[in-house]
Ligand binder design. Sequence first.
Ligand code: NAP
Length: 262
Amino acid sequence: MLVTGAGGQLGRALAEEFAADGVVAVTREAWDVTLPPPSGLDAGGLVLHAAAWTDVDGAEDDPQGAAAVNVGGTANVAALGAPLVYYSTDYVFDGRKGEPYVESDSPNPQSAYGRSKLHGEAAAGDQAWIVRSSWLFGPTGNNFVRTMLRLAAERDEVSVVDDQRGSPTYVGHLAAATRQLLHLPYGVYHVAAEGDATWADFAEAIFEGAGLETRVRRITTAELDPPRKAPRPAYSVLRSEKGAPQLPHWRDGLHECLAAIG
Ligand SMILES: NC(=O)c1ccc[n+]([C@@H]2O[C@H](COP(=O)([O-])OP(=O)(O)OC[C@H]3O[C@@H](n4cnc5c(N)ncnc54)[C@H](OP(=O)(O)O)[C@@H]3O)[C@@H](O)[C@H]2O)c1
């Protein structure tokens, strides 16, 4: 099997989870997915497609660049002809439902990133598991946990938004759930951590878990200075009505992540 985006946080977790299965893990340097695959690349029987444009605000400035990776790149991966797992996002929803989103809810992305990921779902083709997850974090790469730990080293107090609610999902748990998902029929599945939180709740749990005294000042999205370019859904908790694999609670994921960071 093949993992794309193997340098990213989820790609690394997938490469680790499937290490004993003879996985071929390709980074962006080995295959820029906006281009045809390098000659001789063998997809094997399955592609775990974790490569993506994930700069949510940057996509507002360059929606075509985001689409080239998230839609065009996914079409290139699907053209390999192997069944594929495509990782999608809670940002395909507008966040106005106010209760957990299930697979049959209609997407209505509010950002260029969300639109590109939704079109990418279609580009994944018929032989695909579409895994929508949310608020990914892990011991490597760019994510909220690592950002908060960095800020805590510099400041006594951090301002964090308290009016966006989601399910922070540990990449190791999502990678393990991917293995179970492969026993289900192709289609769209919501796979996110148990429990939900605002970013401010999550930040407090990070500082507490890391034994830091840093305080969290709870602010609204409107108070963010400078404001973010891309709108985010106010509520994007994902749940499954289709028997998707269930993940541990985000607090368990945080515990594992902090232990891995050391
Ligand atoms: N992060 C989240 O909160 C979140 C939430 C829900 C769903 N997802 C989805 O989950 C998947 C994995 O996300 P992640 O958090 O692991 O993101 P990530 O850490 O940013 O990893 C994405 C990887 O894709 C690579 N990449 C970017 N453009 C590429 C290209 N043209 N060709 C090949 N590789 C390319 C990146 O390389 P560079 O670093 O060199 O750019 C990076 O290694 C994505 O599909 C994302 O949309 C993420």
